[in-house]
Design a protein. Sequence first.
Length: 161
Amino acid sequence: MTKKNAPQAETQQTEQKAPGNVLTPVGKITVAQVFGKIKVADLPEEGETEIMRVAGYASSTKSGTTQYGEWHALQGEFAATNLDTGEVFISKTCIVPGPMGEALIVATEKQLAEDASSKVAFKCIVSVKRSPRNPEEKYEYVVRPEMEVQLLSPALTLLGM
């Protein structure tokens, strides 16, 4: 390789690794996996900070227990974007925090009871803010839907329903 071609090769390699252009597979989509550790000191005194956009198709649920308590996850096809870096992550497992996550679990389980081949589609923004109970040490998530949850049945879709 000549010196003339070397910078061009570096540029092409950098473009391929640029955040937002590469899909990074992960074991499960969580705030910690996509955004990292939340530091209360980095959060504004007032308001929320959007940290992650997550979307996907849930086709089943999964539950378990760890030293921190029970957890519930969606299974299917999911993608999430770190809104700070633009990095995009994909996984077959997703944990959406808070009441929105709980509602998605309930909606998925209810839909599957009616039609085992169905899926639940969703898209939401995850924000973080200082906890009003202890703003110097604690934080809480705020999850807002960006679309109405859709219940999808492949068989009914084929029939045009």
